[in-house]
Design a protein around this ligand. Structure first.
Ligand code: GAP
Length: 513
């Protein structure tokens, strides 16, 4: 069922110009995708929502656009050369490769799903009188499954923290976790695998010239933090935001744009006084959850998950998870990164990276709270929530509609003359020329009006307007709403204001303040 939905979303994305496999004419490249004409628009709008909410709405946050290539020492200092590894395991029969930690997490998720199911069933049965807390404490099925999760977690977290690869394998063996492809339990040892891609700079092929494709955008912010602070006269607390490509040689790259080898991140590093990091960690956690919920994709589609194993740089970390077709998975991480990165860059570069705090009259290396969201994963949350198949009308006719939040939709309005003749095209063209100054507008005159509505539904256009013969007499058009399919007659003079009310980024941003 969930698999079905994912397959449908992948097929729809391709058919309607959102996402194509990379180099498709050569049979594609694993875990690399290209965004088509509608995907590029949606992606641009997500970036705009993020950028405006982070930079424009916070006067103490500014932007940055750092290069992908950085000095190789950056990645030694950051710990990525030594520790940016995933534990991989191969199945000897299917020859498929997996992340050992992900196999265990997916196994654990089955118990979590059982608990969720019990809760859903009981909620339905008891209605308003249902007491979730009491149910968790007393229901034998929930208790049994929770006990299994706790036992598994205890071993799993310890193995991760101790970097104990043998124990990770033993957990897989003891729990009889099978290869999802072949069902076989014939596993190799677990090995560490570094996720960074490397290449050579210039023409000399000597190891001194080895550079890396950045696996996160954050380091570009760290090494520039004093440049920005000084030239922007920033006072702590302040933030630097950046959107850009990142690259990881993922062991298992599955599930469409969820786990890619080339992807985009939207990251913000917030520089704070040492000791104040937990206050800001809580602030950013709350703000980022609000940012997601503000899109109205469904409040029950989000969960938070505190990290079992903290990354080498963090003293607190939480994931914001979204209910994707394959279950709840991370879309964004909030990390309290301490002063790890800046201190290490200070040590490795030999340059002072301290901030002079005029209020305290002292210098220190700031602490950092980071918000990091994958643009492609965010794109996938929108597709997952927006994709709907609906029966319309009495004769069983169906439509596929993408209920994309209007401010993010690739096109805001489609202009559809009922017929090409009788001067309707000319009137429609005039309206098109006027509206395109305000919105991304599509003009379509081919095919029946019904077919054109369906095409617009399929790419998520919130409004269609139809120009008919009456338009010439009364200067009005029919405005059709995507989600309800309701139609209303509206004066051409009122169009911009009416549409603007629903599709503007300003309206969306207002929900955040
Ligand atoms: N600077 C911190 C950092 O990079 P992360 O949890 O490794 O933290 C942050 O990544 C976000 O980047 C994730 O929440 C996810 O949305 C996105 N991301 C990470 N790896 C990805 C991949 N292989 N494909 C797509 N998105 C990815």
């Amino acid at each position: 069922m969930a698999d079905d939905l994912l397959k449908k979303i992948i097929a729809h994305s391709k058919e309607y110009g959102f996402i194509f496999p990379s180099s498709e004419i050569y049979d594609g490249l694993s875990a690399v995708y290209d965004y088509g004409q509608n995907g590029a628009e949606l992606k641009k709008n997500i970036k705009e929502y993020w950028w405006q909410s982070m930079v424009q709405l916070h006067s103490n946050i500014v932007g940055l656009d750092a290069a992908i290539f950085m000095h190789p020492k950056v990645w030694e200092a950051s710990g990525h050369v030594g520790a940016f590894n995933d534990p991989l395991i191969d199945n000897k029969d299917s020859k498929k490769r997996y992340r050992a930690d992900v196999l265990i997490e997916e196994f654990r998720a089955k118990y979590e799903a059982k608990i969720d199911n019990e809760v859903k069933k009981a909620k339905k049965k008891f209605g308003d009188s249902f007491d979730t807390e009491q149910f968790f404490k007393t229901n034998p099925n929930v208790l049994r499954n929770q006990n299994k999760i706790d036992k598994l977690n205890e071993r799993f977290v310890k193995a991760l923290n101790d970097n104990d690869l043998e124990e990770l394998r033993q957990i897989i063996i003891d729990n009889e976790i099978a290869c999802p492809e072949s069902g076989s339990k014939n596993w190799t040892e677990v090995r560490q695998f570094n996720l960074m891609f490397n290449t050579k700079l210039g023409s000399v092929s000597d190891s001194a010239n080895t550079i890396y494709l950045r696996p996160e955008t954050a380091q570009g912010i760290f090494v520039n933090y004093l440049n920005v602070q000084k030239t922007g006269r920033m006072k702590i607390p302040f933030g630097i935001a950046q959107i850009g490509k990142a690259f990881r040689n993922e062991i298992v790259a599955r599930q469409f744009i969820f786990r890619m080898r080339e992807f985009e991140q939207m990251e913000m590093q917030f520089f704070v006084r040492p000791g104040e990091e937990m206050k800001w960690y809580e602030y950013w956690k709350e703000f980022r959850i609000k940012w997601h919920k503000n899109l109205e994709l469904g409040n029950d589609k989000y969960k938070t998950h505190d990290h079992d194993k903290l990354a080498h740089y963090a003293n607190a970390a939480v994931d914001i998870e979204f209910d994707f077709p394959m279950g709840f998975k991370e879309v964004e991480g909030i990390h309290s990164r301490t002063n790890f990165d800046l201190s290490r860059h200070q040590e490795f570069s030999g340059k002072k990276l301290q901030y002079f705090d005029p209020e305290l009259n002292e210098s220190y290396v700031p602490y950092v709270v980071e918000t990091s969201i994958g643009l492609d994963r965010m794109f996938m949350t929108i597709l997952s929530a927006a994709y709907k198949e609906e029966v319309v009308g009495d004769n069983g006719e169906t439509r596929i509609v993408l209920s994309i939040p209007p401010a993010l939709a690739p096109f805001k309005i489609a202009i559809l003359p009922l017929v090409k003749k009788d001067g309707l095209s000319e009137v429609a063209q005039k309206i098109f020329d006027k509206l395109r100054l305000h919105f991304n507008v599509m003009y379509e005159e081919k095919d029946s009006i019904g077919k054109r509505y369906r095409r617009q539904d399929a790419i998520g256009t919130p409004y269609c307007i139809t120009i008919d013969h009456q338009t010439i007499e009364d200067n009005a058009v029919t405005l059709r709403h995507r989600d309800t399919m309701e139609q209303e007659r509206i004066s051409i003079d009122d169009l911009i204001k009416t549409v603007e009310e629903k599709v503007s980024m300003v309206k969306l941003l207002e929900g955040l303040i």
